[in-house]
Design a protein around this ligand. Structure first.
Ligand SMILES: Nc1ncnc2c1ncn2[C@@H]1O[C@H](COP(=O)(O)OP(=O)(O)OP(=O)(O)O)[C@@H](O)[C@H]1O
Length: 727
């Protein structure tokens, strides 16, 4: 962020820090000594240090709808960015650009007019930035770039839980299937399959959390493949870091994965698997929340089945998937009591025995083998193998580990790869939906993994944005050393702001896959279940535990993801959660600012400030400012000459202030800016002066109309609003 301005005058409009609202608008009423006195909106005056103040656009007080791109703000500072978003959000303008990044503030209310077919048609092929900011614009620009350059694209969607990542990802997929679909009446087209993979993934990977009724508990990368004609020809979904512990452990008012409740409400199927109300099952009744507001579990079950049909999961496999889910629920009800031997355990009672039998039947495996797997462990020694009994706690842990392993395999192996892939496709658009930086009071292993991933993604982002700028300046022959601007202190600070609780790191990182568990399920008479557990490789079967570190595996996955991303052209969408109560029209400044900081939005602003944030082609410039030099307009000057003439007239051709200079180069003009706001202020004043003289001499029919028109022009170019033009 730029340094706050220290040279404030009396009457200057500023932003002053506020404990509750982050920043509030104020005006300097007195400058005395080291401090200045400012008056805030309520009429209250406070003393503040000038270095803690930020300059504010004079028209901030006026009710206007904000700017659709942050780089158009006169004062590109933190409060300016925040208030621009707030102003737009109040009008349900939930999308705003920061250069090429799209910021999406969750409206928490349905805005159907934003997403209908008419809208998709409008955005199709429209130049980026011409229409209002929109997720469709980002999807369209990706699709066009893919078609024109033959290069794969990726769209990175990030934000905290409940910020709207999943909805945004679905809208992107909806748009891509609109432009790349075949419009066939058939239900089973690839694009239908792509869309239907969403409810399927949500049923198995989403759950109610305190922050979001439909929270994705995994990261996902959806790759949509296209043929040479730009038609969708296949898709693949990769999932990351599923929250496995949720399968066996939940707290009120959260829920387990949706699919369990759907199955319990499925009527005949539930009966077949001897399931009943979720309150009868330990894995579900640890929380008393069984239903979601406005959602019928039974209807959702039907939707999931239909999605499975469309995606192409056979009825046999569907049956096996739900049977496996039922087995997990029964398994969770198996309790243990201490056995006769020291540190041993037995199945607690008849009820537990019944559930044990049910689990074995549904897994299609031998009940004695299941039992042995749960309460004993085989240890290999040089003398042979020793069977060790497990105490009650260890048996419960073993039971839960089995449930988690089966569930994770189900999601990763089966639900993931259900949409067909096109081996002939050369280009694709990948959509990454992953948690943004997380920073809670207590940060644990999950946050560490997520933040590590984000760190990587942020690095990717910075490199990309810097590279784009650098290439542009090279092309324009502008001598700009960007090295001095590369400084990831903000990012480093952020990581150091987050402190982690490391006590449970080791446990969580150790993701034991017990060989006996694999052997048991591999022995299942159901080919589907057995297929989830291919026989383990020789050397690992020597030890009872196959140690695999979650972090190592995640690092490998991330490496592969980064390689994919590096080979594509990236686009960024940052989702913002406006309030913690999931209500429309509630804008909580402090938390939003926190998200903007964490999500790299302010970093992007900083990068943008380091370069030339305002760019216009000669022809755009002449279009907008030709009005200021009508005497040159009829001549045969080319656009470059015309631009020079206009700048000369405005005394701006070599305008320089400190390190700041208005540039005129091969095809563009830009404002290099270390103290951009000041320059724009100065420029505005000059323009204002020129315009006044101009109007005085030319006698417009209505000076006022001319002034309004000119204001609009100037604003569009320099992001400057010329206040009180006629006064
Ligand atoms: N564009 C939108 N229009 C209307 N409502 C929205 C929009 N985006 C999000 N929402 C609402 O916000 C809720 C949460 O959004 P979503 O599930 O996409 O968040 P998320 O960022 O994916 O969260 P998580 O990380 O927990 O999965 C949605 O269920 C929906 O009600």
């Amino acid at each position: 962020m730029p340094e706050p301005n220290m040279n404030f005058r009396k009457g200057a409009k500023v932003w002053v820090e506020d404990k509750h609202l982050a920043w509030v608008p104020a005006e300097i009423t007195d400058c005395r000594g080291k401090q200045v006195q400012v008056q805030i909106g309520s009429g209250k005056t406070v003393l503040a240090l000038p270095e803690k103040l930020f300059p504010r656009d004079a028209d901030e007080e006026e009710e206007h709808g904000g700017v659709d791109d942050m780089t158009k703000l006169t004062y590109l500072n933190e409060p300016g960015v925040l208030y621009n978003l707030q102003r737009r959000y109040a009008l349900n303008d939930i999308y705003t650009y920061t250069g090429s990044i799209l910021i999406a503030v969750n409206p928490f209310t349905k805005l159907p007019h934003l997403y209908n077919v008419h809208m998709m048609e409008q955005y199709k092929g429209a130049p980026f930035g011409e229409l209002s900011p929109h997720v469709f614009a980002v999807a369209d620009v990706s699709y066009r770039a893919m078609m024109n350059e033959g290069r794969s694209q990726s769209i990175l969607v990030s934000g905290e839980s409940g910020a709207g990542k999943t909805e945004t990802t679905k809208l992107i997929m909806q748009y891509l299937t609109f432009v790349g679909g075949r419009a066939a009446g058939d239900d089973r087209t690839v694009e239908q399959q792509v869309l239907e993979s969403n409810p399927l993934l949500e049923a198995f990977g989403n759950a109610r959390t305190v922050r979001n009724d439909n929270s994705s508990r995994f990261g996902k990368f959806v790759e949509i493949q296209f043929d040479a004609n730009g038609r969708i020809s296949g898709a693949a979904v990769r999932t990351y870091l599923l929250e496995r512990s949720r399968v066996v452990q939940i707290t009120d008012p959260e829920r387990n994965y949706h699919c369990f409740y759907q199955l319990c409400a499925s009527g005949k199927d539930a009966e077949k698997y001897k399931l009943g109300h979720p309150s009868h099952f330990h894995y579900l009744n640890q929380s008393k929340t069984y239903d979601l507001e406005g959602v019928s579990n039974a209807e959702e079950y039907m939707k999931t089945r239909r999605a499975m049909d469309i995606v192409g999961i056979s009825h046999e496999e569907q049956e096996a998937i739900f049977r496996t889910l039922a087995a997990i629920l029964h398994l969770g009800n198996v309790e243990f009591s201490p056995g006769r031997e020291h540190d041993s355990s037995v199945v607690k009672d008849q009820k537990s025995t019944f559930h044990m039998q049910m689990a074995a039947d549904l897994f299609r495996c031998d009940v004695n083998l299941l039992l042995a797997t749960l309460y004993t462990r085989t240890i290999q020694t040089r003398e042979g193998s020793i069977v060790k009994a497990l105490d009650c706690n260890a048996a419960v842990a073993s039971r839960d580990a089995l449930a988690k392993t089966v569930y994770a395999r189900l999601l990763v192996d089966k639900i993931n790869i259900s949409v067909g892939q096109d081996p002939n496709s050369h280009v694709q658009i990948g959509v990454l939906d992953i948690y943004g930086f997380e920073c809670f009071k207590h940060n644990s292993f999950e946050q560490f993994c997520i933040n590590f991933a984000n760190e990587k993604l942020q690095q990717h982002f910075n490199e990309h944005v810097f590279k784009m700028e650098q290439d542009e300046y090279k092309k324009e022959e502008i001598n700009w050393s960007y090295i001095e601007f590369i400084d990831n202190q903000d990012v480093l600070d952020l990581i150091e702001k987050v402190t982690y609780q490391t006590d449970s790191f080791l446990d969580k990182n150790r993701d034991y896959v017990v060989v006996e568990h694999c052997n048991l399920l591999a022995s299942s008479k159901c080919p589907f279940v057995a297929g989830l557990f291919p026989s383990p490789p020789e050397e690992s079967s020597r030890s009872s535990y196959k140690f695999s570190s979650v972090a190592t595996r995640f690092k490998q996955q991330l490496q592969a993801l980064m390689e994919t991303l590096n080979s594509t052209e990236p686009h960024y969408i940052r989702c913002v959660k406006p309030n913690s109560s999931n209500r429309p029209q509630k804008f909580e400044n402090l938390s939003i600012l926190h998200q903007l900081r964490c999500g790299g939005v302010l970093e992007a602003v900083r990068i943008s400030l380091a370069g030339y944030p305002t760019r216009r082609t000669y022809s755009e410039f002449v279009d907008r400012f030709g009005l200021l030099a009508p005497e040159f307009m009829d001549t045969s000057y080319d656009e470059k000459r015309l631009t020079e003439k206009i700048l000369q007239k405005l005394n701006l051709q070599n305008f320089q202030l400190g390190r700041t200079k208005v540039f005129l180069r091969a095809g563009q003009i830009g404002v290099l800016d270390s103290r951009r706001a000041e320059v724009l202020d100065m420029a505005a004043k000059r323009i204002q002066h020129r315009l006044r003289t101009f109007i005085a001499h030319r006698k417009f029919i209505s000076a006022r109309v001319a002034a309004i028109a000119l204001q609009a022009y100037c604003r569009g170019f320099l992001g400057v609003w010329i206040p009180n033009f006629l006064t």
